[in-house]
Design a protein around this ligand. Sequence first.
Ligand code: SF4
Length: 555
Amino acid sequence: MHFLPINKQDLNARNWSELDIILINGDAYIDHPSFGAAIIARSLEAAGFRVGIISQPDWRKDEDFLALGKPRLFFGITSGNMDSMVNHYTAQRRLRSDDAYSPGGQSGRRPDRAVMIYANILQRLFKGVPIVIGGIEASLRRLAHYDYWQDKIRNSILSDSKAELLIYGMAERTIVDLARRLDNGESILEIKDLPSSVCYVSQPGKPLLPNAEDCRDKATFHRMNRMFYELFPTQALYQINGGRWLKHNPPAPPLSCEELDNIFALPFMNAPHPVYQGQTFPAWEQIKNSITSHRGCYGGCNFCAIAVHQGRKIQSRSAYSIVKEARRIKGSISDVGGPSANMYQSTCKLGFPDSCPRRSCAFPQICPNLQLDHDAQIRLLDEISRLPNVKHVFVASGIRHDLALGNKRYISEIARKYTGGRLKLAPEHSSPKVLRLMGKPPIERFEAFSKEYFEEVRKAGIKRQIIPYIIIGHPGTTMEDAIALKHWLDAHNIQVEQVQEFTPTPMTISTCMYYTGLDFETGEPIHIPSPGEIRKQKELIVKTTAGKPKRKHRQ
Ligand code: SF4
């Protein structure tokens, strides 16, 4: 087992004169399945391609981009695990001083709008070599979108970067299909039907989304997003972007359990590349002893983009595959989870049909066709905890309390064995109006879950805390809502440790509401708090807790 090539010496060591594919990565190279470039590179390698990675090239130095020469098939570009603008700036648009995906946590190792900058450099240095963009930055900017940092509607990043093809979502299968087709002699300009891709076409089909330019008009942008969310899972969509026709192909089918297991069984080194000489990476420290159990989320929270990136159909690994991974971790396993830990092994009686008109299987009510399997998660955790190399195993990913409500056995097991004393839950707010706009369950379900949780805690004679996550400044939140939240927190003796300011990240429904000032469902005008008002809302909540250091939501 070895790391993937990062320079010419690595190619010489393998006796390779050229690579098939070179990935340009905005993050440091950490060879682990939680890091996008690594999982894509390993998938391509397993399909028989020669792949190299150039991580965090200095965009002011051409030689960094020339390090591996010219690839035979294409360059693939990702900004890394985060959108570069989200990575660089706070919700108040202030520059961050750290970067969890860079050596030593230092900022400044990638440019703003990394995908576009990297693509422009490669076009200049390697004329005629196809460029494919992917990762979260490309995925969530794949059509006309609102850019909070410039406060304007931008074109698709495919059009802005002038790359040949965009792949969205979790792209392991799609990128391998693409590489095979190019290897078989197809031109990238002829590939118009690849699932999970966005490409240029000469003639539009139907349905047509409103033109990108027209989306500056707020009502039009609202209409475009309504169409997109309703139609993209099943139909190809077309849009004029920067004067050219774009075709947005529907997403690829979800991976089977076996396919997912095979990806996690690839020969990852499970470490940062030695070129970093032992430097630490905050993201790696957080992730290195954790295990991904599944992908996807059917929660449909409006401020979250997981459903348009990973999809809402749950794709779970087998217990065998997860336990095998657990055997290599010594001591404590910090997390076994996914976007919501207790969605592991959830299925839909109808097989999550593309034709289902609901965006969420859990909101406004839990769908009767949803089949939860909390026992599968507990069996898995129990099995891992019995491994001789494992001292403790925890669930640090969030748990959807509304799904677990009423399942006393699950609540008891989680409380007694697997939270490490602190259970993270995300009520997000208390106002019924704000919760509806967020797509979150009513606060009464959080209260009911907390009651059941602490009953089990009392029975077990242990001390436990619930850590509630709260979002301040979501579209539709007034000062009155913030005051109501403060009263609710006071009334329930809750000390909030996490107060997140709403950030309008590209392509979410909440971002659409932020830009348009319209309720996504009804089209009615809603209040959009200004940055100053958001600060005041935050101060109100922080003061609520700061004045009561001894009051905790705990037993
Ligand atoms: S039928 Fe229900 S469980 Fe199935 S996909 Fe639709 S909302 Fe989800």
